[in-house]
Structures are given as structure tokens and as C-alpha cells.
Design a binder for this molecule. Structure first.
Ligand code: GAR
Length: 221
């Protein structure tokens, strides 16, 4: 996959770049993680440029955040596609049309079909609000509380063909307090995501990550 000013490594992760890596950010909700990425990428030294925000439905809070930052946004409406494959193709086509070389999932609540991984191999990153492999799926915060764990956290990982399964780039534990509501725990987890997700995306875009099977290592900055 050609990248402006850079190249690719054998594992298709971005190579060390002199220009910014064009990324599409995929969202389904309020977009607080998108906001953290928009804020970080406003720094000219940041290694990724958000060329498109894609929402899976209209009316989500993430869309006005993109508009306010002057970043193009498109809705690829899940309900308008007959199946996951055609939805995934439309998402990938939109990203490619804007020159995106990677997909960054930021609260994107749809499972992409395998063709997304074929089109963006080792080029899709997700943040998940639990310590994978515990509590994969769409209800991680509620399930962690219901299970009674005293530690949950954040997992940022490459996306492969299984749900919430790809190689782990970064994890950080977050304490669960005795009387936490789901909102309390979600907010505490998101405070970590808002700092760490932009840092991980920067390292990914800068070509500082290496993947060997399931193990991801970081080159020093
Ligand atoms: C984030 O906390 C993210 O980890 C989670 O959705 C939230 C989106 O918040 N993602 C998942 O649960 C994916 N399975 P945001 O829209 O405010 O960024």
C-alpha cells in the first residue's frame, strides 16, 4: 500500500514516516475519543492526519465534532446496506476515496467484514473498554461490573478477523470502585482512552510499532 513520503514494513505496519499518515476515524457515538484524536492531530508534529470521519448512522455526536474541526465527515448508514459485506465495502471505499491508509475505530459499534482486514491489513486499530480477552463485544463495561471484577481497563489493539481479538498494542488497568455505576466506570476508562489512544495512534502512524505474531513491540520515540 503506497504511503506518501513513507513506505510499509514486511508486516504492512506503517514504516518510519516523514509525512503524516492519512487516517479515517470510524465512529458510532458521542465521539469523545474522536475529539481526543482531533485535538492531538491539530499539533503539526502529530504523525497522523484525519482525512475523513465515518459514522455508521446520522445524528451521532461525533459528526459535529468533525465539522467543527474542519474535517470531512460521511455517514455510511448501516441500515441502508443489505449485509455486513456491502456495508464494509462502502466504509472501505469511502476511506480509500479520501486517501486514508488506515482505519482508526473510535467507539465504532459495528463488526467489519473480513474484506476490511484484507484491504487494510495491520492497518485497523481499535480501542476497547476492558482488559481483553475479558469482556469482548459491545457491553464490556456493564459485563465487567456484573462480573464483579475489581480491575478493568483499556485495550488498544490491531483488528483481525475475530471480534476484539487482534494483537494488543497497549493495555492499562483501571480500578473498579465498590459503588461504581456503569457511567462511573465508563468515564474513568474513557479518561485513560483520551490520553492513550492519541499516543498509540501517533506511534502507529510514526512507524514505531512492530508486530510478530500476537506480540507488538514499540520502537523508542
Ligand atoms: C469508548 O469508550 C470505546 O472504548 C467504546 O465505545 C466508547 C465510545 O465513546 N468502544 C467499544 O465499546 C467497542 N466495543 P466515544 O464515542 O465517546 O469515543
Amino acid at each position: 500500500m503506497p504511503l506518501a513520503g513513507g513506505g510499509v514494513t514486511a508486516d504492512n505496519l506503517p514504516a518510519v514516516m516523514t509525512e503524516r499518515l492519512p487516517i479515517a476515524v470510524l465512529v458510532s457515538g458521542s465521539g469523545t475519543n474522536l475529539q481526543a484524536l482531533l485535538d492531538a492531530s491539530a499539533d503539526p508534529g502529530y504523525h497522523a492526519e484525519i482525512v475523513l470521519v465515518i459514522a455508521d448512522r446520522d445524528g451521532v455526536g461525533a459528526l459535529p465534532r468533525a465539522t467543527a474541526a474542519g474535517v470531512p465527515a460521511e455517514v455510511v448508514d448501516w441500515d441502508r446496506y443489505p449485509d455486513r459485506h456491502r456495508f464494509t465495502a462502502a466504509v472501505c471505499d469511502a476511506a480509500a476515496a479520501h486517501g486514508a491508509a488506515a482505519l482508526i475505530l473510535a467507539g465504532f459499534m459495528r463488526i467489519l467484514a473480513p474484506e476490511a482486514i484484507r484491504r487494510f491489513p495491520n492497518r485497523i486499530v481499535n480501542t476497547h473498554p476492558a482488559l481483553l480477552p475479558a469482556f469482548p463485544g459491545a457491553h464490556a463495561v456493564a459485563q465487567a461490573l456484573a462480573h464483579g471484577v475489581t480491575l478493568s481497563g483499556v485495550t488498544i489493539h490491531l483488528v483481525d478477523e475475530e471480534v476484539d481479538h487482534g494483537p494488543i498494542i497497549y493495555q492499562e488497568a483501571v480500578a473498579v470502585m465498590p459503588h461504581d455505576t456503569e457511567d462511573d466506570l465508563r468515564r474513568r476508562i474513557q479518561r485513560v482512552e483520551h490520553v492513550r489512544y492519541p499516543e498509540v495512534v501517533d506511534a502507529f502512524a510514526a512507524g514505531r510499532l512492530r508486530v510478530d505474531g500476537r506480540r507488538v513491540t514499540w520502537d523508542p520515540s
